[in-house]
Design a protein around this ligand. Structure first.
Ligand code: PLP
Length: 425
C-alpha cells in the first residue's frame, strides 16, 4: 500500500456506536460481523447524508435550470471532489461515478480494452484476481483473439515485482491487477508493477476494492493509470463506485453506454459528439444519493484518521494470527501479517469450509467461506475454499476471541460428510 503505519493513534472506542446496525436491539447487536470484505455496515453519518439528500435536495442533476436542480448537481460534484481529494487524484474530472468496481472494470475492458487490444496482443493480470477484474479481460481476449496472461502468485499467495516484470513482454498492451487480494489480504506491490508497466508503455488498471477500506490510497503515488473501487466496501452505499482515470488516458476513452447527459446536442445527419468530462461515462441518471453517501463515508473515515483505520485493521489481523496459531487443525493461508490489510483466511484441516462457516454462524460470527469469486486463485493454492475473517473499524479483539473459542470446538458436519469436494460461490 502507499504507507503502512502500524503505530497509528487508535480508533476511538466508541466507533461501534456510530453504526446503527450494532445498536441494542438491532441485528448486529450481538453479532461479530467479520464479512467486511463482502460489504461493510454503514455509519449514521452516511445514512443521514443520503436521507438528507433525498429529503432536501432530490431532483435530477445537470439538466434542470431551477435552484433545487442546481443544488442537487452541486452535491453530486462536491461528492466527486471529496473522492478526488481522498484518493489524491489531480482533478475532479478524473473521477467517474460507476455502479461499483465490477461496473468500472467492465467499462474499461469495453473502452480502453477495445481501443488497445487486438488479435495477437496480450492482457496481463495477476494470479490472485477477483472475477470482477478477471472476466472482463478474459472476455475481451476471447472476443478479440488476444491472450490473457497471468503473473502467478507464489505459494504464499504473493505476486512479486519480478514475476510481474517477467510476464511483461512486447505483446502486453494492458495490465490489470488487484491492489489487495480479497481472498488472502495479500497486498500487490502496485507501485513496482506500475514502474515496470510504464517502462514498456503499458497502462496499469488497479482494482482497489479491498484496499480503499483499509487506509489512505494515493493513486498518483501508486502510479495507477486507472483505479477502481466500490462504495459499499468502504462504509458507503451499494450501487455506487468509482473509476479514477489519469486525465491523459481517460480523456481518450470513447463512451461506454450512451444516452442522456453524455452529449451537448445531437443531429441525426452527423456523428455524435460526446461531452469531454466524466459525464461522458455517466450516461443516464447517476446514483446521486449514492455518491453523496460515499463522500460522507469517506469523510467519516478521514475524520477517524486513515492511519488509525489502517492501524486498527492491522492490529486485528495480528491478534487473529496470534489467537489462531495455537489451535489444532487451523491453518492460516498465506502471510496476512507482514503487510496486514484487514483480511485473514484460514482452513481447518479435515473440515469443509461451509461446516466451519455454519459453526461460526451458530456461534454468533458472520464470515464468508468458499472461493470468494476467485476460483482460479483457489485452484492455484490447491484449496477447495477458505474461511475468511475480514475486519472493519467497529471490530474488536472480542470478535477475534469469539472466533478462537468457536474454532476450538468446530467439528466435521454435513458438508464434510456428504459433499466433501463440493464448492460454489
Ligand atoms: C478485489 C475485488 N474486486 C472486485 C470486487 C467486486 O466488487 P463489486 O461487487 O462491488 O463490484 C470485489 C468484491 O468482493 C473484490 O473483492
Amino acid at each position: 500500500m502507499t504507507s503502512v503505519t502500524t503505530a497509528a493513534r487508535p480508533l476511538p472506542a466508541a466507533v461501534r456506536d456510530d453504526f446503527p446496525f450494532f445498536a441494542p436491539g438491532a441485528p448486529g447487536a450481538a453479532l461479530s460481523y467479520l464479512d467486511n470484505a463482502a460489504t461493510t455496515q454503514k455509519p449514521r453519518r452516511m445514512l443521514e447524508a443520503m436521507a438528507d439528500y433525498y429529503t432536501n435536495a432530490n431532483s435530477n442533476i445537470g439538466r434542470g435550470y431551477y435552484r433545487l436542480a442546481m443544488a442537487s448537481t452541486d452535491r453530486f460534484e462536491q461528492a466527486r471532489e471529496t473522492v478526488r481529494r481522498t484518493i489524491g487524484a489531480a482533478e475532479p474530472e478524473e473521477i467517474v461515478f460507476t455502479a461499483g468496481t465490477t461496473a468500472a472494470t467492465n467499462l474499461l475492458a469495453a473502452t480502453l480494452g477495445e481501443r488497445r487490444v487486438g488479435a495477437g496482443d496480450k492482457v496481463l493480470v495477476t494470479g490472485l484476481e477477483h472475477n470482477s477484474n478477471l472476466l472482463p479481460w478474459k472476455e475481451l481476449c476471447d472476443r478479440t483473439g488476444a491472450e490473457l496472461t497471468v503473473a502467478a502468485a507464489d505459494e504464499q499467495g504473493r505476486v512479486t515485482p519480478a514475476a510481474f516484470a517477467a510476464s511483461l513482454d512486447d505483446r502486453v498492451r494492458l495490465a490489470a491487477v488487484a491492489h489487495v487480494s480479497n481472498v488472502l489480504g495479500t497486498v500487490n506491490p502496485v507501485r513496482e508493477f506500475a514502474a515496470a508497466a510504464h517502462a514498456r508503455g503499458v497502462p496499469l488498471v488497479v482494482d482497489g476494492a479491498q484496499a480503499v477500506p483499509h487506509g489512505r490510497v494515493d493513486v498518483r503515488a501508486l502510479g495507477a493509470d486507472f483505479y477502481c473501487f466500490s462504495g459499499h466496501k468502504v462504509y458507503g452505499p451499494m450501487g455506487v463506485g468509482v473509476l479514477y482515470g489519469r486525465r491523459e488516458l481517460l480523456s481518450q476513452l470513447p463512451p461506454y453506454q450512451v444516452g442522456g447527459g453524455t452529449v451537448k446536442g445531437v443531429r441525426l445527419d452527423e456523428p455524435v459528439r460526446y461531452v469531454p468530462g466524466p459525464a461522458r461515462w455517466e450516461a443516464g441518471t447517476p446514483h446521486v444519493a449514492g455518491a453523496v453517501g460515499l463522500a460522507a463515508a469517506l469523510d467519516y473515515l478521514g475524520d477517524l484518521g486513515w492511519d488509525a483505520v489502517r492501524g486498527h485493521g492491522a492490529a486485528l489481523v495480528r491478534a487473529a494470527a496470534d489467537a489462531l496459531a495455537g489451535l489444532d487443525r487451523v491453518r492460516i493461508v498465506g502471510d496476512p501479517v507482514s503487510e496486514p490489510s484487514g483480511i485473514v483466511s484460514i482452513v481447518v484441516d479435515g473440515i469443509h469450509p461451509y461446516d466451519v462457516g455454519a459453526h461460526l454462524d451458530a456461534s454468533g460470527v458472520a464470515v464468508r467461506c468458499g472461493v470468494h469469486c476467485a476460483s482460479v486463485f483457489l485452484d492455484a493454492l490447491g484449496l477447495l475454499g477458505t474461511v475468511r475473517l475480514s475486519f472493519g473499524v467497529y471490530n474488536t479483539e472480542a470478535d477475534v476471541e469469539r472466533v478462537r473459542a468457536a474454532l476450538a470446538t468446530v467439528k466435521p458436519a454435513t458438508w464434510t460428510a456428504e459433499h466433501p469436494g463440493t464448492r460454489f460461490l
